[in-house]
Design a protein around this ligand. Structure first.
Ligand code: ADP
Ligand code: DP6
Length: 320
C-alpha cells in the first residue's frame, strides 16, 4: 500500500523562534503565516523491507533520515501502532534547508501521508498537532491562505487554525533565491542558540500585540500595515540572533544588499517589504502592480539570482 500527500510551504509574517518544550515542539510564542502556491513537498509512505528515506530520489542515511524515523516512531507510539518498516519518498519543490521553509511542507506532508497510510480518522486540528511534532512551522501548512499557530500550553492546546484560507488580498511574495545551499545551522539549533539574547524576553512580551496587529491588518486589507509589521518582526528575530551569546546570523552580504534594495524601492514610491527566515534568502511582500519593477532591479543587481513569484497556496491534500 502507498499513500501520497502534498503540502505547501508557509512563510511566517509573525515568526516562531523559540520553544518551551523541544520534545513536543511547544512554542514560546504564537505565529501567523501565509501558505504559498509556488513551493511544496510531496511525500509518499509505503510498506518497506526496512526503514528507508528518499529525498529528491536520493537515499538519505544522515540526520534527516533519523529525524524522519524518530518522528514516525513518535506517531506510531501515540496511536499504539507497531514500528512497521516504512519506505518514505519525498520530493521537495522548494530548496531544502535554505530558509525557504522546506521543513514546513515536509512534515505537514509526512503527517498527512502517515494518517492516510494507517487510515486514521483525524481532523485538521489533530493533523496540525501531529505535523507540529515533526517541525513547528509544519503545523501551519495544514491550511491554505493565512494561518495562525496558537502557542497553547500543552500538546492538546498547541495547534494551528485557518484565519482566511482564500484571502482576497492583493499580496504576492517574491522569493529571492540568492543562495540555494543548505544552511549550516538548522532552524531547530538556531532558535535554541538565540534564546539567551537579552532581547529575547522583551520580544516575547510583544508577541500578543504584534499578532493582534497583524490580524487587524489582514482583516482591514491593509498591505502597508501587514508589510511593515512583517518586516519589523523579522528584524526582531534576526536582532535576537545577533545579540545571542555567542552571536550568529543567517545574513550573508547579499542579504544586506537585498534589504538595501527594498529600502531604495520604497524611497522611489514602490511599496514593498521584506521578511527573512533562517537562511540568507529574502522574501519580498508586494502587491501585483510592483512585481515587474522589483524583479527588474534585482535581476540587474545580482548575477546569479532566481526570483520566484508566489501568492496564496492551498492546505494539505492526499493525492492517492
Ligand atoms: P528550512 O529553512 O528549509 O525549513 P530547516 O532547518 O527548518 O530548513 O529544515 C530543514 C530540514 O528539514 C532538513 O535538513 C531535513 O532534515 C528536513 N526536511 C526537509 N525537507 C524534507 C522532506 N521533504 N522530508 C523530510 N524531511 C525534510
Ligand atoms: C524562522 O519550524 O523549521 O522559519 O520546529 O525546530 O523544526 P523546528 O523549526 P522550524 O522553524 C521555523 C522558523 C522560521 C519562522 C517560522 O516559520 O515561524
Amino acid at each position: 500500500m502507498k499513500k501520497t500527500a502534498r503540502a505547501h510551504t508557509n512563510i511566517a509574517l509573525i515568526k516562531y523562534w523559540g520553544k518551551k518544550n523541544a520534545e513536543l515542539r511547544l512554542p514560546l510564542m504564537s505565529s501567523l503565516s501565509m501558505t504559498l502556491d509556488a513551493f511544496y513537498s510531496e511525500t509518499s509512505l509505503e510498506t518497506g523491507q526496512q526503514n528507508e528515506f528518499y529525498l529528491n530520489n536520493q537515499k538519505q542515511s544522515d540526520q534527516s533520515a533519523q529525524r524522519v524515523f524518530q518522528y514516525l516512531h513518535k506517531l506510531q507510539d501515540s496511536f499504539g501502532l507497531p514500528y512497521d518498516a516504512l519506505k518514505v519518498s519525498s520530493i521537495n519543490h522548494v530548496p531544502t534547508a535554505a530558509g525557504l521553509a522546506s521543513s514546513s511542507s515536509a512534515f505537514a506532508a509526512l503527517a498527512a501521508s502517515f494518517c492516510a497510510y494507517y487510515d486514521l480518522d483525524v481532523d485538521r486540528k489533530m493533523l496540525s498537532r501531529l505535523a507540529r511534532i515533526g517541525s513547528g512551522s509544519a503545523s501551519r501548512s495544514i491550511y491554505g491562505g493565512f494561518a495562525i499557530w496558537q502557542k497553547g500550553h500543552d500538546d492538546k492546546s498547541s495547534y494551528a487554525y485557518p484565519l482566511d484560507e482564500k484571502p482576497a488580498m492583493d499580496l504576492h511574495l517574491l522569493a529571492v533565491e540568492l543562495d540555494q545551499k543548505p544552511k549550516k545551522l538548522s532552524s531547530t539549533k538556531g532558535m535554541q542558540a538565540a534564546q539567551n539574547s537579552p532581547f529575547f524576553q522583551p520580544w516575547l512580551a510583544r508577541n500578543d500585540a504584534e499578532l493582534n496587529d497583524m490580524i487587524a491588518a489582514i482583516k482591514n486589507n491593509d498591505f502597508t500595515k501587514l508589510g511593515s509589521l512583517a518586516e519589523l518582526n523579522a528584524n526582531e528575530m534576526h536582532a535576537i540572533n545577533l545579540t545571542a551569546q555567542p552571536e550568529f546570523t543567517y545574513f550573508e552580504p547579499n542579504t544586506i544588499k537585498a534589504i538595501k534594495l527594498v529600502e531604495e524601492l520604497r524611497q522611489q514610491g514602490i511599496e514593498c517589504y521584506y521578511t527573512i527566515d533562517a537562511g540568507p534568502n529574502v522574501k519580498i511582500l508586494t502587491p501585483l502592480k510592483n512585481i515587474k519593477e522589483i524583479k527588474k532591479l534585482f535581476l540587474s543587481e545580482f548575477s546569479n539570482v532566481k526570483i520566484i513569484n508566489a501568492s496564496f497556496g492551498p492546505g494539505v491534500s492526499i493525492l492517492d
